[in-house]
Design a protein around this ligand. Sequence first.
Ligand code: AR6
Length: 186
Amino acid sequence: MKVEINGNTLELTVADITKQNTDAIVNAANGTLMGGGGVDGAIHQAAGSKLVQACKTIREQKLHGERLSTGEAVITNGFQLPAAYVIHTVGPVWNESNASTLDQRLMNCYINSLQLASNYDLSSISFPSISTGIYRYPLDRAAQIAIRSIGQYLQSHRFGEATMTLSSKDDYYVYKTELDKIINPT
Ligand code: AR6
């Protein structure tokens, strides 16, 4: 499914994000930036070991040894990936008692990643479903935040193509439901 928003496009697809040849792919990382399971593990595996070296340099030089905060984003090359760049962001770990703060941080993941891509003059980006795997965010809630955040950004910027790259048909239909809501508000 592909929709036009203010001259930009927002697409939903079921695919392996490590195979996407957009200018950038987004990694659902953790604050250490040292790799992990899920999509993070798959991206590091496909990019090769230079990716973790680049992340180490960011930790040392840009973050002065600190972890990347939830909702923030940094950029590296894509090395062996088809995508030229990887934007690493840290989604929130779901915790029902703190939902509205976490929602804001999840929104920041999408907005900060798009902003960083724009700063690098990139015009296409692929996102995974941030926080809905190991970080256990409720899928419908995360999908609504993702679609609204990307939609808002595209509404107010000249960007290009944003793609949500989903790992299953089930996820796809949840995201499609949220995208249908912003195209045909009732
Ligand atoms: N392509 C597209 N989507 C994928 C792929 C892939 N190759 N592999 C997994 N997914 P998760 P999180 C989907 O757990 O919840 C890591 O250890 C997956 O099915 O990767 O943000 C990090 O280091 C799910 O729908 O990310 C962190 O510690 C979505 O990607 C932690 O996990 C996100 O699932 C981050 O957890």
